[in-house]
Each structure stands twice: as C-alpha cells, then as structure tokens.
Design a protein around this ligand. Sequence first.
Ligand SMILES: [Zn+2]
Length: 174
Amino acid sequence: MAGIFAYRCRCCGDIHEGSPSFGFNAPDAYSCLTDEQKDLHGWINDDLCKVTIEEHTDFFIRVILEVPIHGVSEPFLWGVWVSASQKSYERYVETFDAPVKGDGFFGCVSNAIPWYPEARHLATNVYLQTDGGRPLLRLHSGGTDDHPLIHDQENGITMTKAQEIAEFVLHNAT
Ligand SMILES: [Zn+2]
C-alpha cells in the first residue's frame, strides 16, 4: 500500500505532512510586471491570465504538473501556468463550466520552477479534467537530453528527493 508523505523538516524542525504542493499565483510574464504595467497590460484571475503589450497578447492558463513519488499515493504537485494559443484559451473559457472529455491543448511552461534548472518554455500537452479539477500537464519527452523535470515526471522521484525539493521551496525560494 502506498503511504502518506510526511517528514521532519531539516530546516524548521516541524513535521510537514501530506505530499508537497506548491503553486504560482501568476505566470512569470505577469509577475515580472510593475503594478502600473499590470493595470495597463495585464488581466488575471485564479485560472486565466492575459498580457497585452503593443497589440500582442499572450494567453496563460493555470494547470497542475504532477510528479509521482515512489511509495506514496499522492503525487508532488506544482500549480504552474502554461502559455496557450488564443484559440485554445478561448475554447478553455467557453467550456470552463463543462469541459469536454478528451479536450486538451498544447502549451509551454510559464514559470521558473524552484530547485530545477530553467523550466520555462518546456513543451507540454495539457489535458482537461471533467471532475472539476484543474487541467493536468504532461511534459513532452523523448529528447536525448531531457530536462530533469521531464525525467522526474516520467519516472517519479524518491521520498528523499521529494523532501529535499520541498525543504528547498519552503525555506529558500520565496
Ligand atoms: Zn520546514
């Protein structure tokens, strides 16, 4: 039986229980704007974001990147944003309250993910969920020098590595 992830943190000494889950409030292309620029060029809610600069708009959707943890039922979760085409974005908005089974779209990771080398622009397929959950992201794999995050999503990570990443994110990356 797969267990529940819990560990005594080497940073703060607390017991952190449950599989780690970290989210980004916005894609980096929005976060990096000043407040004034956000007002002028950006629009965001919990699931959607648009940034328009000089008549060019970038569209972003919040999704979930799962990384399996060996021996644990719940995966390591990253709440990340992906870029999407205008067509994909509009389809997502139109079907937001009633996603169509099998729907999905192509997008690229739009957050730098802590602990890992630069992950922005990794290509992904995004699969809509019909159970009310956010869409799930699958990183494209198959390259000869796959990014470590692609490797980890495919193969899963050990509890030791999950702990190491969680400690880093909780106590170093702010
Ligand atoms: Zn801690």
